[in-house]
Design a protein around this ligand. Structure first.
Ligand SMILES: Nc1ncnc2c1ncn2[C@@H]1O[C@H](COP(=O)(O)OP(=O)(O)OP(=O)(O)O)[C@@H](O)[C@H]1O
Length: 308
């Protein structure tokens, strides 16, 4: 397979990346590649610093695999470089290649589309907090952003705080609530049953408090697209066939993945053991949020620079 030679300027960029990564304690170098470089050569230049290559191009992905380098395959057409970079970091976190809180060096074409010319040092915890709004916007095709934000905020709070010093895990299934109710059954007698819709909106602080209380009991919350709690304590019955999840995820996460696939909803699972929040869409993890010390900072969507 013919490979693109590394020009002298690029060799020096990789050497600089190695130095920056060492000096700033970066965990990995992420390369957004649009050409079939000699990735083994790049790896050699980095001398032991883990290399992750992200690309949406099948021929580049093949070259990365042949060179036995860690690949983050991007499925989408690139939008702006910034979005593509965010997506790569997110996928790398979701695949457990790097962790929230790590620092990484990213190399990409920031100035000219064809040339790898830019090196950034990215702190993933800061980045992830900023990334979340944008990423949720991508999920908005299925559930309105307003509802997703509220549920994710609540999930992160539950993961961080637990309840009365006890760790708490649960599942929220958002959107397509009729189908989700059909594909689940009552685990406990539902404390929300019998209340009028306007008394069960997740925008209400009282409802959010009740959710935190009920979250200690087994089962899932079913939330409608407009943010109403349609059911709680539900045991999800979607079949977990044809799903692949990271090792170490147990029955709660399998149930969340399966229901998101079977009902075209977004499932949000909070791990009782770690407090980690995972968003599932179409059976896979699309976003992972580690428990953070401060509350999530939502950026105002309107003030984001255009094209980001
Ligand atoms: N089908 C289901 N529907 C709703 N909740 C479920 C379902 N399966 C498991 N759970 C919940 O998950 C809990 C058990 O989680 P388990 O430890 O097997 O999963 P896990 O994915 O490792 O999650 P955690 O990280 O929270 O431990 C159960 O007590 C139950 O509350």
């Amino acid at each position: 397979m013919p490979r693109v030679d590394l020009p002298a300027s690029l060799i020096s960029l990789f050497k600089a990346a190695r130095k920056v990564a060492n000096d700033t304690e970066c965990k990995a170098v992420i390369l957004l590649a649009e050409a079939e470089y000699d990735f083994s050569e790049v790896k050699k230049l980095l001398r032991g610093i883990p290399l992750i290559v992200a690309s949406h191009l099948p021929e580049v992905q093949d070259a990365v695999k042949v060179d036995e380098i860690t690949l983050v395959p991007l499925n989408h057409e690139p939008q702006t470089r910034q979005v593509q970079l965010s997506q790569s970091l997110l996928e790398a976190i979701a695949d457990d290649l790097v962790q929230t809180g790590d620092r990484v060096v990213a190399i990409y074409s920031g100035f000219e589309r064809e040339n790898l010319d830019t090196l950034s040092v990215i702190n993933l915890s800061e980045h992830l907090a900023r990334l979340t709004t944008r990423d949720l916007q991508r999920l908005e095709t299925q559930v309105p952003l307003q509802t997703l934000r509220k549920v994710v905020d609540l999930a992160v709070e539950i993961g961080r705080e637990g309840r009365e010093a006890k760790k708490v895990g649960t599942i929220f299934v958002v959107g397509n609530h009729r189908k989700v109710m059909e594909m689940s059954h009552e685990g406990i007698h539902d404390p929300f049953r019998g209340y009028a819709k306007k008394e069960k909106m997740i925008t209400s602080p009282r409802v959010r408090e009740s959710i935190k209380e009920i979250a200690q009991i087994d089962g899932a919350f079913v939330i409608s697209s407009d943010g109403c709690v349609m059911g709680s304590g539900r045991i999800l019955d979607a079949p977990a066939e044809e799903l692949t999840l990271s090792k170490g995820l147990g029955s709660r996460h399998w149930a969340a993945a399966a229901i998101s696939k079977a009902t075209n909803s977004i499932a949000i699972a909070i791990s009782e053991s770690t407090g980690t929040v995972r968003l599932f869409q179409d059976g896979i993890v699309v976003l992972r949020i580690e428990p953070m010390h401060q509350a999530m900072k939502w950026q105002d969507v309107e003030i984001e620079p255009p094209g980001e």
